[in-house]
Design a protein around this ligand. Sequence first.
Ligand SMILES: NC(=O)c1ccc[n+]([C@@H]2O[C@H](COP(=O)([O-])OP(=O)(O)OC[C@H]3O[C@@H](n4cnc5c(N)ncnc54)[C@H](O)[C@@H]3O)[C@@H](O)[C@H]2O)c1
Length: 342
Amino acid sequence: MSDETIGICVIGAGRAGLIHARNFARVVPGAGLRAMVDPQAEALAAAGRELGVERLYADYRQALEDREVRAVVVVTPTKFHRDIVVAAARAGKHILCEKPMAMTVEECQAMNRAVEEHGVVLQLGFMRRFDAGFQAAREAIERGDIGPVVQVKSLTHGPSVPQPWMYDLKASNGPLAEVNSHDIDTLRWYTGSDFQEVYAVAGNYRCPEARESFPDFYDNVSLLARFRNGMQGFIGGAVAVGYGYDSRVEVLGTKGVLFVGRQEHHATMTCTPDGRLVRPFVKSWRNLFMEAYAEEDREFARAVAEQRQARVTGRDGMMAVQVVEAGNRSIREGRPISLPAI
Ligand SMILES: NC(=O)c1ccc[n+]([C@@H]2O[C@H](COP(=O)([O-])OP(=O)(O)OC[C@H]3O[C@@H](n4cnc5c(N)ncnc54)[C@H](O)[C@@H]3O)[C@@H](O)[C@H]2O)c1
């Protein structure tokens, strides 16, 4: 690895961590995977073997002392993001942090302060901003193809039954955080504005095993929003839908409409003997956004090399967490919640 190459350490060798680790090992010019961290020894060793990484740490603090590590990718469960990001900034490491940024706005503010004080780059993991289709829609909005935007609707449905830790809303902030953070960011990006007021309703329709121990857990949520610039928004969220990974956006303007997102896993269509056309549904976010994750990682390397602000910032992360907190409060209290300007 040359002196110019940015040494990357991925903290968290789970589902999303391995996506970033493979990208930095293989497809990000100017950066290289140098180290990995995970307290689970088996997951860590397997990642090290697959990617040819020798510097494997059980504790992120060891990685922060490693001089060959110039930047970290924080891909642990969300409740650890604040401590790791603040410590990384203090150690002078640049940071790519997965969504949701943290559990509360206060945590995000502490992270943003540490990043500013220590002059490091912080990029948030809203990879949909790097997806070609999502970007094309944003360009169409800017060109005025559909006239001024009136309403943005975005939904994400995930196929799997949640991990048991997600049933506890105090530990996970629920599907609004883990699933819909992306939709929240897309609405802010497409409206060019911040949320002013939200009203959310939610319920548990598909996860009966969680009902007794976690009566607050919801697997389905509808969130209605008003933006500071007068636009309207809607977010649908669902987990355990089974049929596939479903991510769709509709942007309605005064003169037209944009539809974003695809549902086909690949381009093949089968014509069956009984006269049906069958196309496979997208199975996972990993397939759907594979190129977007790679481009997100390339953009992080460019921001670090050029020592400039990332395209998706700590403020973007914090504003999404503000909406998660307000949405969960609206569900609990059964009323619309106004969001203070921050
Ligand atoms: N951008 C996306 O589309 C996307 C997709 C999936 C997950 N995520 C986010 O990525 C984060 C991780 O999610 P996941 O699905 O990969 O979870 P996961 O459970 O698959 O993996 C998390 C890994 O972190 C490890 N870990 C736990 N504590 C740690 C610590 N203190 N230091 C280092 N490693 C630690 C665990 O052992 C595990 O291997 C979450 O914040 C999640 O919301 C983002």
